[in-house]
Design a protein around this ligand. Sequence first.
Ligand SMILES: [Zn+2]
Ligand SMILES: [Zn+2]
Length: 159
Amino acid sequence: MNKSIKMGLSLTALLSVAGAGWLYSSSIHKADDHVHYHAGFTVYIDGVKQDYSDYKYMNFVPCSEHDQKKSKAEEQIEKAHLHDGVGDVVHVHRSGGKWRDLFKNIGVDLPGDLPILDQPIEPDSSVVITVGTPVENPDKVTLEHIKEVEAKSELCGAN
Ligand SMILES: [Zn+2]
Ligand SMILES: [Zn+2]
């Protein structure tokens, strides 16, 4: 073995150690504030059920890449967003996400004073938000549907 091969080997070893250290510190960061859970929601405005399944409401960043971003705007998006053309199950990737964050992020300004918007989004919960006319027997997203979306989501994977 000549000298240059030996040097190459020790450089590779050094880089692997640096890589392991980086992975370690990023998993610590993940444990701090990176979460991934889902919740269901239905919105009625004056008795009309709203549909948020249009592509304009969707987030196209794969969930697995969410924790690589850094900007404030991206942190805000992480708190609550929609994927895969599903308009009634919210994806939460950052602890502290509230219902207000979802509507802010999808660009929907719900009229009136809605205390629910300041509630944190609880994992596997299902809320019905009614604006104006009360709704008798509103549709409510089932836990079964939430789990189905969770299992099928192309962008979420199983993480
Ligand atoms: Zn996501
Ligand atoms: Zn998800």
